[in-house]
Design a protein around this ligand. Structure first.
Ligand code: SR1
Ligand code: MG
Length: 406
């Protein structure tokens, strides 16, 4: 009998004993300390460190109620999904995800590699750090983990088995509501609209029927297009990074969905960093350097994705009909349209929805924040309404320039 034979939510002082019971990672005489370090919306994240050897490990436990809202309850099965997908992603994109040492289905806890020497990317970006290799790393991660889990590459029966084991209804429902529905509904109690933008949001989002129709089409694409095993929440809070290396983690929203969902999330979230830099950095040279890097990164993410997509497709495609001339290009076009559509939806929901981002909410000057939000919404609408025209990095840069108006 063990204390851990039935589920309970751990407190930091209990976690070292849990780790010692579950795993031979630390020495018997280790002097373990533990801190809760999570700042996400859903789970509890503990760092356990041995004061003697300096070794450390992460324990992530799923609670039954969400941290962001005590009345939202979702299945703790998300931990199983996360542990399983990290193993698959490690196979296709080695070195770009943290190692999982153990998943405990009873305690709904995962023990994993501590990404020491890395910073959460959103935190780094708020401090206006530049990460020159990010676009290269994230596109390697996306192309390999996404394209290689499609029917183009993977055996169809193997893929269907995986589709089954990644059915993730509770977390998909969060995205269906928070990303694809609520930002367009006036008087939705969970929306967070910045007061000076109330009228702008009503006119531009709540009253725009043509926009609602496109959002509805994209919603049904998200729910019904089991294209590939997507991360499902690839914003800059799901990245730990330094100048040389990138870890992508926190894939608990994973399921088989349209791969443009991940790419669009990356693009939208890098633009939030641009908005913060544009509004907050006072030194003009530093501002130009940071903002130029953000724009270059958005453009590179699209162009490197396309370049690597073509290579991985040529090397790994197995389906006979996928090799028919013209199919590769046709398949890519749909991915790129989805990417632009999702970049727009993620942009909008982080401005007006339940889960805002600190890149925007910490802009202290009211007029600058108001302007930043309007730029994001204007740009997002272009992405959604004209998504078939976003075909390369330069298309994004043109649209951004228009939305910024300079
Ligand atoms: C209720 S959870 C809010 C958001 O946090 C997660 O990271 C996802 O982005 C989700 O939409
Ligand atoms: Mg998360």
């Amino acid at each position: 009998m063990s204390k851990y034979d039935s589920y309970f939510l751990m407190k930091a002082p209990e976690v070292p004993d849990y780790v010692q019971e579950k795993l031979s990672y630390f020495d018997k005489g280790a002097e373990l300390e533990c801190k809760e370090i999570g700042d996400g919306n859903l789970n509890y994240v503990f760092r356990v460190k041995d004061g003697k050897s300096g070794k450390s490990i992460i324990v992530k436990q799923a609670g039954e109620a969400l941290r962001i809202s005590a009345d939202m309850h979702i299945s703790t099965d998300r931990g199983r999904i996360e542990a399983k997908i990290l193993g698959i992603q490690e196979m296709y994109a080695p070195g770009l995800v943290p190692k999982v040492y153990l998943y405990d289905g009873v305690m709904c806890a995962m023990i994993m590699e501590d990404m020491t020497g890395h910073t959460m990317m959103r935190t780094g970006l708020i401090n206006h750090e530049i990460y020159p290799l990010f676009a290269d790393h994230v596109t390697t991660f996306m192309v390999n983990s996404l394209l290689r889990t499609t029917d183009v590459v993977m055996g169809h029966k193997e893929k269907k088995e995986l589709v089954k084991s990644f059915i993730n209804p509770d977390l998909c429902e969060i995205s269906e509501d928070l990303v694809y529905s609520e930002p367009f509904i006036d008087y939705n109690h969970r929306n967070n609209v910045f007061l000076p933008n109330q009228d702008f949001v009503r006119e531009e989002l709540y009253e725009d029927q043509a926009l609602h129709l496109e959002a509805a089409k994209l919603k049904f694409e998200f729910m019904n297009h089991a294209q590939s095993l997507i991360h499902g929440d690839l914003h800059t809070g799901s990245v730990f990074i330094n100048k040389e290396h990138t870890f992508i983690f926190d894939p608990e929203f994973a399921f088989f969905g349209p791969m443009g969902y991940d790419i669009g999330n990356v693009i939208a979230n890098i633009f939030f960093a641009w908005c913060n830099g544009d509004a907050v950095i006072s030194d003009e040279e530093k501002k130009a350097e940071f903002c130029t890097w953000c724009l270059q990164t958005i453009s590179d993410v699209v162009d490197l994705f396309i370049e690597k997509y073509n290579k991985v497709f040529d090397e790994y495609a197995t389906d006979r009909m996928a090799k028919v001339p013209g199919f590769k290009e046709w398949y890519l076009e749909q991915i790129l349209s989805d990417t632009a559509g999702v970049a727009g939806l993620e942009s909008i929901r982080r401005i007006v929805g339940m889960a805002n981002v600190i890149d925007i909410t910490t802009i202290p000057d009211e007029a600058k924040r108001t302007r930043a939000e309007r730029i994001v919404i204007t740009l997002a609408k272009k992405y959604i309404m004209n998504r078939e025209t976003f075909r390369c990095g330069a298309d994004y840069l043109t649209a951004i320039k228009e939305a910024v108006g300079k």
